[in-house]
Design a protein around this ligand. Structure first.
Ligand code: 9D3
Length: 248
């Protein structure tokens, strides 16, 4: 999959692209990431990419010509790409959107800065995405987040035994609790079940752990979800455990 990122700060991506799974995905030709400097498409001695808003007011607006030039270049390099404006007004980014994007040939991200982009570039935009209801200084972190979430869904990106299949959020449940060595840390032991070697009861324990965690940390996720009969049964067993704990 090909990613192009139109930004006035292409260097922001250097570290992101040289570490971990993203780096390996680039080395393994699973993805390409091509940051393009919008300033390279700006005219004049100062190659200005922003200007004052018509009608007055605070802040600056990104000029349309450099953006249009950068989009044209990105599309030339990547004819099958979807052009996505990153902005607070976009549709919310979710795991389901990451899954949708992972099926595409390429994505072209436009990272806004300042107050926003000139309205007339919308004719070049296929989609507009926000990563959440908080205010950033620009779209660059959003581009990294989306590239990260999409890349790990691509076949071969995670490698080895790790797989995106049983991720939390794909089934609207949080991950179960995890333990590794040592068996005792600061007086706290690893639950006996996990040392039992009984895969059936370990799977039930993990499902229970997922359900209880989701119930406590993200009840909104459980409310929009129907529990299966196995899930109800496992959750009841945890309730009985909690009741026994309370009565001492
Ligand atoms: C003063 C009005 N602001 C709207 C809340 C203007 C404004 C703030 C921040 C315009 C652009 C930005 C920069 N943000 C992004 O480019 C951005 C963003 C975000 O701020 N939140 C969540 N997702 C995204 S994606 C791009």
């Amino acid at each position: 999959m090909q990613f192009s990122v139109l930004t006035i700060f292409p260097e922001i991506f250097d570290s992101f692209l040289s570490h971990g799974i993203i780096r390996r995905a680039i080395e393994g030709n699973i993805i390409t990431v091509n940051p393009l400097d919008i300033r390279d498409f700006a005219e004049g001695k100062h190659r200005i990419t922003d200007d004052r808003p018509y009608g007055g007011g605070a802040g600056m607006v990104m000029k349309p010509e450099p953006l249009a030039g950068a989009i044209a270049e990105a599309r030339k390099l990547m004819p099958g790409g979807r052009t996505i404006l990153l902005s607070p007004q976009g549709r919310p980014f979710k795991q389901s959107v990451a899954a949708e994007f992972s099926l595409l040939e390429g994505l072209i991200f436009i990272c806004g800065r300042y107050e926003g982009v000139d309205e007339r570039i919308y004719k070049y935009i296929d989609d507009e995405i926000s990563i959440g209801d908080y205010v950033l200084t620009g779209g660059e972190p959003a581009a990294m987040i989306i590239i990260d979430a999409v890349t790990r869904l691509l076949p071969g990106a995670l490698g080895g035994e790790a797989s995106a299949e049983k991720d939390s959020f794909t089934d609207d449940l949080l991950e179960h609790a995890h333990y590794t060595r040592p068996p005792e840390f600061e007086g706290e032991s690893v639950p006996d079940v996990l040392l039992s070697g009984n895969h059936g009861i370990i799977e039930d324990w993990r499902l229970g752990s997922s359900l209880v965690r989701t119930l406590i940390k993200r009840p909104d996720l459980l409310e929009k979800r129907i529990l299966s009969s196995r899930e109800k049964q496992v959750l009841k067993q945890w309730c009985e455990y909690i009741e026994r704990f309370i009565s001492g």
